[in-house]
Structure formats: structure tokens, C-alpha cells
Design a protein around this ligand. Structure first.
Ligand code: DQA
Length: 148
């Protein structure tokens, strides 16, 4: 069975409580369950991880390659905007990464308009709420079918 990693970065453990007017009221647990269910029905196994720590996120990215994952759905939170270390981790693996942002970062503060990761990711989904994670899953599944 193909394995996909759902990875959420800093502050996303607070989904549901954190600025609900921006990020909605669903919790991380609810999100993870929903995406896991969608993955299973598409014949994939999905592992969900979250960390507030840059180095731990980098470890998860490395492990995804070492453990044969075929894709990563990644919301890097604020690290999106400045983490060259995460960028290097993504550039250094041969696993496609789709960057997801719940909010439309382009409608928000100027510092959120830039992603230092976008150049090394497969694609980016922005501003579509939690549905963006499901779209990312579909994109990875489609890509895998195309690669087979
Ligand atoms: C976010 C957008 C980031 O700018 C912010 O720091 C987050 C969440 C989003 O999902 O919209 O933590 O990645």
C-alpha cells in the first residue's frame, strides 16, 4: 500500500481554537481523521504528524524518504516564510511535497506573501480551508498514477 505523510507545522495543533475566523473551527484531530479516511478509500495509508519544532519537521521529512513514502502533504505554518533549513530538507529528498495553506496568505500581511519553500515543492494550495489538504491528497494520488 502506498504511504503518504500528512505533516503540519507550528501552531497547527491549535486548530479549532487558534484564530477561528482565519483557520476555522475544526480541530487537527478532525482534519487528520478526514484526510486519513479519504486516503484509505483511495487505497493509501496516511500517517499524520505535527510538530512545533523546525528540526523535528526536518526529521519527519527525511524519514518519509527513508521509509518509502510516496508523497508529503505539508503545511509548514510560519516556517514557510523563512526556513531555509526546511527548504534544504525538501530539496534533498526524492519525494513530492505539496505545500498547503488553510488561509489565503496572499490576502494577509506582506511577510506571508513569500514562501521560501515553493521553489522546491511540487505545488501549492492556498486559501481553500481544510479542503486544501484533500486536494493535495488527490494531486499526489494522480501524480502517482501518472508515474506508474
Ligand atoms: C498558514 C499560513 C502561515 O502564514 C501561518 O503562519 C500559519 C498557517 C495557513 O495554513 O494558512 O501558521 O500556513
Amino acid at each position: 500500500m502506498r504511504k503518504i505523510l500528512l505533516l503540519n507545522g507550528p501552531n497547527l495543533n491549535r486548530l479549532g481554537k487558534r484564530e477561528p475566523q482565519i483557520y476555522g473551527t475544526a480541530t487537527l484531530d478532525e482534519l487528520e481523521k478526514k484526510v486519513k479516511k479519504a486516503a484509505l478509500s483511495a487505497g493509501c495509508e496516511l500517517k499524520a504528524e505535527q510538530s512545533n519544532h523546525e528540526g523535528e519537521l526536518i526529521d519527519f521529512i527525511h524519514q518519509a524518504e527513508d521509509e518509502g513514502y510516496s508523497g508529503i502533504i505539508f503545511n509548514p505554518g510560519a516556517y514557510t516564510h523563512y526556513s531555509y533549513a526546511i527548504r534544504d530538507a525538501i530539496a534533498g529528498i526524492d519525494v513530492p511535497v505539496i505545500e498547503v495553506h488553510i488561509s489565503n496568505v496572499h490576502k494577509r500581511e506582506p511577510f506571508r506573501h513569500q514562501s521560501v519553500l515553493a521553489e522546491v515543492t511540487e505545488g501549492q494550495i492556498v486559501g481553500l480551508g481544510l479542503f486544501g489538504y484533500e486536494l493535495a491528497l488527490q494531486a499526489l494520488i494522480n501524480k502517482q498514477k501518472g508515474d506508474e
